[in-house]
Design a protein around this ligand. Structure first.
Ligand code: C2E
Ligand code: CA
Ligand code: CA
Length: 425
């Protein structure tokens, strides 16, 4: 038994599940293994101290014991993780009732050493015989869905299914392969032209990261940028993009005798690295790129997180001659006060608004208004995700400055960009 909660430990748990499986098999019934993980247990420890944390686990152990019936069992798996085993259930509907019972334990307020503590949990469920017929596999499958349930939203439960299994395996594979992607030369940068409405000519490009992996194939940035942030790879990957893009567009500009602008996406974590500004300026100097041709795109989300920390970094970048663009404008907690107070040069109207531009007059007014706001603050306005001539015409009518989207070009490698936009002067 576990010494703190007096609940069965892992070894005993295994035996109980195995016995439960035999029992359920004989009676032609189902069994559910439920992996329960407390949400934000670390916060409770940090806030109230470890002895309160320990007492909470102890109390929960007692409460869990109270809700058991017949051959049900519960064990402490480790840390703030518990595993329930419910044998002889009729079906998954029965299992759902058991989930409810566990969740109800968390509805009460726990008074621990005079402090009132609220807690919640996430639950992953795997069933015999559908999902597995040995204890170890049921636990591991319940663990897999628990992980997914937690990453989706805390305080929820999920039942195992093959789709989730595949997704989780893919997530793990993406994570392990991403760690090697840079070293294996799997990353590259594509460029998507931005066309000036006024001149009809190419004004700049946005650098977009591409990852091609031998096992996973092409992986979209939306699938791995967040992960790269979470596992601490974004700075290295981000620096790779900056360096590659500067070198490529330098080459384009030299061979075409042109001043193509370059926009680079910067993720919040990368921006807030202690030496981000210095480092970026360094690379620009080393490559002898014109600083005033570089725009860094940041999303609104970076601004909400901590304006007092972000604003000085943005000011430093501006003082060094770089330009700043507010990406995905309109999707975050847009506050007009940002635009007045922050050193922005550009806003990019999010693709979702362009999608709806011609669908109803409300969306149209919205886009019109965003463009007017940009003009009011003296910002250049870019529309991204422009796919049709009709959208282009409408945006031109409202004096949007730059257009980016499949209507003109998809993102492409440097070679294709050079072929398509050979500038004759
Ligand atoms: P984003 O910054 O909003 O980039 C625009 C996305 O819209 C790109 O997706 C682009 O390929 C796509 N797109 C452009 N025109 C059209 C169009 O007409 N129709 C449609 N349906 N889509 C269009 P992509 O390349 O998959 O990038 C997704 C997101 O990943 C980017 O969104 C950006 O947030 C992030 N990302 C890409 N590269 C980098 C990078 O180097 N660093 C960081 N931190 N994030 C990056
Ligand atoms: Ca962008
Ligand atoms: Ca965007």
């Amino acid at each position: 038994h576990d010494s703190l909660t007096k609940l069965p430990n892992r070894i005993l748990l295994d035996e109980q599940i195995s016995a439960g499986i035999s029992l359920s098999r004989e009676s032609n019934k189902s069994l559910a293994v439920m992996f329960v993980d407390l949400d934000d247990f670390k916060k409770i420890n940090d806030l109230h101290g470890h002895s309160i944390g320990d007492s909470l686990l102890e109390t929960l152990g007692q409460e869990f014991n109270k809700v058991l019936k017949g051959n049900d069992s519960v064990a402490r798996f480790g840390g703030d993780e518990f595993i329930f085993c419910f044998p002889e259930l009729s079906d998954s509907h029965d299992a759902r009732k058991k989930v409810k019972i566990i969740q109800e334990v968390f509805e009460q307020e726990f008074i621990i050493k005079g402090k009132s503590i609220n807690s919640s949990c996430s639950i992953g469920v795997a069933m015999f015989p559908e999902d597995a017929s040995i204890a170890e596999e049921l636990i591991s499958k319940a663990d897999i869905v628990l992980y997914k349930s937690k990453s989706a939203q805390k305080g929820r439960y999920l039942f195992f299914n093959e789709g989730i299994n595949k997704q989780v395996k893919r997530d793990f594979l993406i994570e392990s392969e991403l760690r090697l992607a840079l070293a294996n030369n799997e990353l590259s940068v594509f460029y998507q032209p931005q066309i000036s409405v006024e001149t009809g000519e190419i004004f700049g490009v946005e650098a977009l990261l591409r990852w091609k992996n031998k096992i996973l194939g092409q992986v979209a940035p939306d699938e791995f940028i967040q992960l790269a942030e979470d596992i601490g790879l974004i700075t290295d990957i981000g620096n790779f993009v900056i360096e590659r893009a500067l070198k490529d567009i330098k080459q384009f500009n030299v061979s075409n005798n042109y001043d193509l602008q370059l926009s680079i996406n910067i993720s919040p974590k990368q921006l807030m690295e202690p030496n981000f500004v210095e480092h970026t300026i360094d690379i620009i100097k080393t490559i002898a790129f014109e600083t005033n041709l570089v725009t860094l795109e940041v999303t609104e989300n970076v601004l909400i997180s901590d304006l007092t920390k972000v604003a000085p970094v943005l000011n430093q970048l501006r003082n060094n001659g770089l330009k700043l663009s507010l990406d995905d404008f309109g999707t975050g907690y847009s506050s007009l006060s940002y635009l007045g107070n922050l050193p922005m040069n550009e806003i990019k109207i999010d693709r979702s608004f362009i999608d709806k531009l011609l669908v109803n007059s409300q969306s149209e007014s919205l886009v019109k208004t965003i463009i007017a706001i940009g003009q009011f603050y003296d910002l250049s306005v870019v529309a991204e995700g422009v796919e049709t001539k009709e959208q282009y015409d409408r945006l031109a009518l409202y004096h949007c400055d730059l257009i980016q989207g499949y209507y003109f070009d998809r993102p492409m490698p440097l070679l294709a960009l050079k072929e398509r936009y050979q500038i004759s002067s």
